[in-house]
Design a protein around this ligand. Structure first.
Ligand code: UDP
Length: 333
């Protein structure tokens, strides 16, 4: 039995991954999270379900003193780092918040990781590092040219990780997520951002009547129906890829940068139609101008994930929407 540390494990993706680890391994899992965007309910749900195999440490990721005292007594085999602010719009009007949390806190966490000789580090990166890619589907060797501060914090962290990759005692994987949606089938923990800015949760909330309408940003893109195209990936597929990446770098000892997407694009209109079909609810959509900072099309090449990890996304857009809808119903109040 091993021990894994999940930084930011009380957030949407982190908590789904903790559940995945506890369901699929014998390892003990410790979450470190300051609950700034993570949810106490997620921690409670994991505690109730997994009992003594799960530990929660309330702390900033950069609180070296707290982490040192924990890690001295509880050595860990690897760190999965999900802890970041992730709202593109917010990063544009409050860049300091993003550089401080996503870069400075990660740097402090990495210092602790290296001091404790924790060899394996899995980082949640983003397709936002590509900015507006020249070629679609986008491959991992495309230029990193982020167009917003959120994407820049991810690109900067990747540079810091690359600088550490010469060390014998440190191996990392940087996983560039495309558009993550859905939740685990048991609905133990799910998506809950405040404010919510993502397409699928907003559409599902509108279908439920929690909003009386929603906006569709941009109908004049050069795409098949004029709306922006994205590559959606089910959070459970993403969790499987994290575990595969951990096993891969443990075996190879080599750093890895890989896209996590489905290699399939859906337009905003197609997603909204699917939400209407799946939920059986019609709702009001108001067409607006483009949202600043939105690239027209982002679709992953998933070739590298297939070759390096033996992984491909299996779950459909419908499955993402169904679980998102069920989660929303569960949390109706
Ligand atoms: N979008 C929209 N209405 C919304 C939220 C999002 O039309 O209320 C669009 C957004 O402009 C983008 C796509 O849906 O073209 C996906 O946006 P999301 O925020 O979910 O993910 P992003 O691709 O920005 O990470």
């Amino acid at each position: 039995m091993g021990h894994l540390l999940v930084a930011g494990g009380a957030g949407y993706i982190g908590a789904n991954f903790v559940k995945y680890l506890l369901d699929h391994t014998d390892d003990h899992v410790t979450v470190v999270d300051n609950l700034s965007t993570g949810r106490h309910e997620a921690v409670k749900a994991l505690e109730n379900r997994f009992g003594s195999r799960f530990t929660f440490l309330l702390s900033d990721l950069g609180n070296a003193e707290k982490l040192h005292s924990f890690l001295h007594k509880n050595p860990v085999d690897g760190v999965f780092h999900f802890g970041a602010f992730s709202l593109v719009g917010e990063s544009q009007y409050d860049p300091l918040k993003y550089y401080y949390n996503n870069v400075a806190q990660t740097l402090a966490l990495l210092k602790t990781v290296v001091e404790h000789e924790i060899r394996y580090f899995i980082f949640s990166s983003s397709a936002a590092v590509y900015g507006i890619p020249e070629k679609i589907p986008v491959k991992e060797d495309a230029l990193s040219r982020p167009i917003n501060h959120y994407g820049k914090t991810k690109a900067m962290t990747e540079e810091i990780l690359a600088a550490l990759s010469g060390r014998e005692d440190f191996v990392y994987a940087s996983l560039r997520y495309f558009n993550v949606a859905g939740t685990d089938e048991e609905l133990l923990t799910g998506e809950c951002h405040d404010p919510e800015t993502h397409l699928i949760p907003i559409a599902v909330k509108t279908a439920m009547g929690k909003r009386d309408h929603m906006a569709l940003f941009g109908t004049d893109y050069e795409t098949r129906d004029g709306t922006a195209v994205r590559d959606y990936i089910h959070v459970t597929d993403l969790c499987e890829a994290h575990w595969a990446a951990f096993k891969k770098i443990r075996k190879s000892g080599d750093p890895l940068i890989v896209n996590l997407g489905s290699a399939r694009g859906y337009s905003v209109k197609e997603v909204l139609e699917t939400v209407k079909d799946v939920t059986g609810k019609d709702f009001k959509i108001i067409e607006e101008g483009r949202r600043p900072g939105d690239p027209p099309v982002l679709i992953a090449s998933s070739e590298k994930a297939k070759t390096e990890l033996g992984w491909t996304a299996k779950r459909s857009l419908e499955e993402m929407i169904v679980t998102s809808w069920e989660w929303e119903k569960k949390n109706r109040k």
